[in-house]
Design a protein. Structure first.
Length: 482
């Protein structure tokens, strides 16, 4: 093995932040202060630096001979102490991580896994775990090493421009995950992912608040390059406690749109709040897109009992149900319909939950381009009415509409950045075939934007819709629940 060293005699050679690679010894070395040596042997095959962390005292204890003619101390065939040696007084000593950093191809992102737990995920092209630390104020709560397993991803969608910096390229990828548990209601936490070599990713989130505490949910759906950037920035400025995506996360029909790219656009939002996703029809755009991207990256978030393509979570005494409108909602007795009924019954019987808010992709009431799925509506709407669901959020049609139907408010907000649709495309047809539905629509807008759901301490829900152009509020409704 080739090796090298640094000690206090070399401090004049190495600056506090300089990294040096000794060709003669095969070590990358950094000297931050006199009492620290930080080094790692270079692997002969990969050329990468192996992990090593030696104090000057530990290093000298393992030194055995001098390297003639170099005037340096040296060792032959020795390894750092197992697990590293304590580096003395933290106030006197610092270490510099000289290992090569590991790039993240997606994330990090946080998703709720219960009232007191979240999962933090990110994707790399290595199974090597990274250190993830959790902080509350100035106190470090926990430190874990992520776990990920390499999968060979053969998806190479031809629509992607190979010149794109962020493209969905085939290769070996690992989705890493850590569980952050024991969270206190409403507390703001900070997380940090150490990518090594001095590179870190940092973010924060608010743990689900207790019943009786106000909070804000941000809704965004149908996000397409390039306008999704402006919508995401608008939503970020509104400081949501949680972001809820209504599906059609990206579009393979847009040759500049990629999963890698949309994760980059969502990065600032994901570093501020947990982000949950409904499934849209464009998640099934390619034969294996749902499995390769949605399920692998996002599937399984939410409380126990959730499925890869639909899930539930609680926040501030409200139950949020994310359904898959693409599959399993059109016939009574399907697994998803049974799950929906059980969830609605659970809310009705629970003293800790006020009501449920439901979100899914395809709207049940709309006059826009895509007509409502009448068979599914006939099955699900009576359930929502029966269990007094006050609000249903949808996307799919790229415009904004608000309907009020038998005590249920239905919102269509697919304004996240996809090509704008005419919200009145089928209005004349409905006037002839279903005139009773015309007065049900209370608001309509066309333009890129997002919606906010604000819940006060008594559970009163205020819905607002905001447009990117002019950053103005264009609709508001206060929904008082029983």
């Amino acid at each position: 093995m080739r090796f090298g060293l640094s000690c206090d005699l070399l401090d004049e050679v190495f600056s506090s932040s300089d990294y040096r690679q000794s060709v003669a010894t095969g070590f990358v070395m950094a000297s931050k202060k006199k009492s620290i040596l930080r080094a790692g042997p270079i692997d002969g095959r990969s050329g990468q630096v192996k992990e090593g962390r030696w104090s000057r005292r530990a290093f000298l204890a393992h030194s055995a001979l001098g390297v003639a003619g170099l005037g340096l101390w040296g060792v032959g065939g020795c390894l750092p102490p197992s697990g590293g040696e304590k580096l003395g007084d933290a106030g006197e000593q610092e270490t510099v991580d000289v290992r090569p950093s590991i790039a993240l191809t997606k994330g990090p992102y946080v998703q709720l896994m219960g009232l007191e737990a979240v999962r933090l995920r990110f994707e790399t092209q290595s199974e090597e775990g990274l250190e993830v630390s959790l902080w509350s104020g100035e106190k470090q709560v926990s430190t874990q090493i992520s776990k990920g397993k390499i999968e060979k991803i053969e998806a190479a969608f031809p629509a992607n421009d190979p010149s794109l910096e962020r493209r969905d390229a085939p290769g070996d990828y690992a989705v890493h995950e850590v569980r952050l548990e024991g969270l206190k209601a409403g507390e703001r936490y900070r997380w940090r992912v150490n990518r090594r070599g001095g590179a870190v990713e940092e973010g924060a989130f608010r743990a689900p608040v207790a019943k009786g505490q106000p909070f804000r949910i941000g809704w965004i759906a149908d996000t397409m390059y390039p306008h999704h950037q402006n919508t995401a920035e608008l939503l970020l400025a509104k400081e949501p406690d949680l972001v809820w995506h209504g599906g059609d996360i990206q579009y393979q029909t847009n040759f500049l749109d990629t999963w890698a790219g949309v994760f980059q656009v969502f990065g600032p939002l994901m570093r501020r709040a947990p982000m949950h996703f409904c499934v849209g029809n464009h998640e099934y755009e390619e034969m294996n897109e749902f499995e390769v991207f949605y399920k692998r990256l996002l599937g399984g978030h939410g409380d126990v009992g959730s499925a890869p393509d639909y899930h539930a979570f609680s926040y501030g005494g409200i139950r949020f149900l994310s359904l898959n409108s693409e599959d399993g909602l059109d016939k009574d007795g399907t697994v998803q319909v049974k799950w929906l009924k059980e969830e609605l019954m659970r809310v009705e019987q629970s003293a800790d939950l006020r009501y449920a808010v439901v979100g899914f992709h395809r709207p049940y009431y709309t006059f826009g381009r895509s007509k409502p799925p009448m068979e599914t509506r006939a099955l699900v709407h009576p359930l929502l009415k029966q269990y007094k669901v006050p609000l249903v959020m949808c996307g799919h049609n790229h415009s904004y509409e608000r309907f009020e139907v038998e005590g249920v408010v239905y919102v269509v907000d697919g304004c996240g950045g996809a090509v704008s649709y005419n919200p009145d495309e089928h209005l004349e047809e409905f006037k002839t075939k279903a005139p009773e539905e015309i007065p049900l629509r209370k608001a309509v807008e066309r333009g890129f934007g997002c919606s906010l759901l604000d819940f006060d301490a008594q559970g009163v829900l205020t819905l607002t819709h905001h447009e990117v152009e002019g950053r103005k509020e264009v609709d508001r409704l206060v929904i008082k629940t029983s």
